[in-house]
Design a protein around this ligand. Structure first.
Ligand SMILES: [Zn+2]
Length: 316
């Protein structure tokens, strides 16, 4: 069985790589397709979720609009309702629309797309919100997929770590890291390392740098420097604990600490090079693994090696 879980639209690049083949990540629904590509037989990513070689049994995340017709609040002009098409394709299936329905689901096939675009940031989520979080979706996916006696592949993406770093928003990006960590924890609790390989990695980093050195009292989202006395740069200006190499922030923090000693966490960020969206960075990223064949993850490896590890673990 195959499952895909994300906080982004289910047709976004990482989840799409689980079930679709396309030369361009932007071809997410029929209205995104150039006429020439259609004439050559290319189909949009959302349709491949239902019509592709590997239709996932579990689909949880966001991006409902890419699957629904315009008449039903979606983006599609071809009239297709791909949620209904997915439901008709297999056996016992559930389509859920909120957290209580997700938690109550017991079928081996499960779909839930909880927003037309991306899910709301975990940092902004109300405690009583009915929108599932990444750990909720991960747990529900494992409950559904583990009903298959032949095993499963589950891809879980903490998508908003990347999207909020693009916006130079460390508060929301770091909350998304914590949410992803809780999803890994849920997966570890619900599986047995004797029979389940868990691999945790990133496809790239961002240019976030900690400037406060070993100063453990420095507020992460405030100014570098302890006990209310900010560190000063050579131009005598205070600087934030966190800075980005590139992105939409100013090259100096817009707001420093207020007179009452508080600070505007969202404004305390700065960049070396202003860009409309922060660029990905190029250094090595970690790969963690536990379970059967986890010993094959060590040293410096190429990204495509991870694909080979997954294929080997599934005996494909
Ligand atoms: Zn990105």
């Amino acid at each position: 069985a195959i499952g895909v879980v994300t906080t982004a639209p289910i047709t976004d690049a990482t989840p799409a790589a689980t079930y679709a083949h396309t030369p361009f990540r932007g071809w997410q629904s029929d209205i995104d397709m150039p006429a020439q590509a259609v004439a050559q037989g290319c189909i949009d990513i959302a349709r491949q979720l239902v019509e592709g070689e590997a239709t996932p049994e579990v689909v949880l995340g966001a991006g409902l609009a890419y699957l629904k017709p315009e008449a039903d609040g979606g983006r599609r002009k071809d009239g297709r309702d791909l949620v209904e098409a997915w439901r008709r394709r297999g056996g016992a299936s559930t389509v859920v629309s909120d957290l209580p329905e997700l938690t109550a689901s017991t079928t081996p096939r499960l779909m839930g797309l909880f927003s037309n675009g991306a899910l709301p940031a975990d940092a902004d989520r109300a405690p009583d919100s009915a929108t599932p979080r990444l750990p909720d979706m991960t747990a529900a996916a494992i409950r559904a997929l583990s009903q298959n006696p032949e095993g499963y592949l589950l891809v879980v993406e903490g998508a908003q770590i990347d999207s909020y770093h693009h916006a130079n928003d460390p508060r929301r990006a770091l909350a998304a890291v914590a949410e992803f960590s809780q999803a890994v924890d849920a997966a570890r609790r619900l599986t047995d390392p004797a029979d389940t390989l868990i691999i945790v990695t990133a496809d790239h980093s961002h240019s976030l740098v900690l400037t406060a050195g070993s100063d453990r009292k420095a507020p992460l989202l405030g100014l570098a420097g302890a006990d209310g006395a900010p560190n000063k740069a050579l131009d005598d200006a205070p600087y934030p604990t966190l800075i980005y190499g590139t992105g939409p922030s100013p090259t100096r923090p817009q707001a420093v600490a207020r007179a009452d000693g508080s600070s505007d966490a969202d404004a305390l960020r700065s960049v070396a090079v202003p860009l409309s969206s922060a660029g990905h960075a190029g250094e090595d990223v970690p790969v963690y693994a536990d379970g059967p064949q986890a010993y094959l993850v060590r040293g410096v490896i190429e990204p495509t090696y991870v694909f080979q590890l997954i294929r080997r673990a599934l005996s494909l």
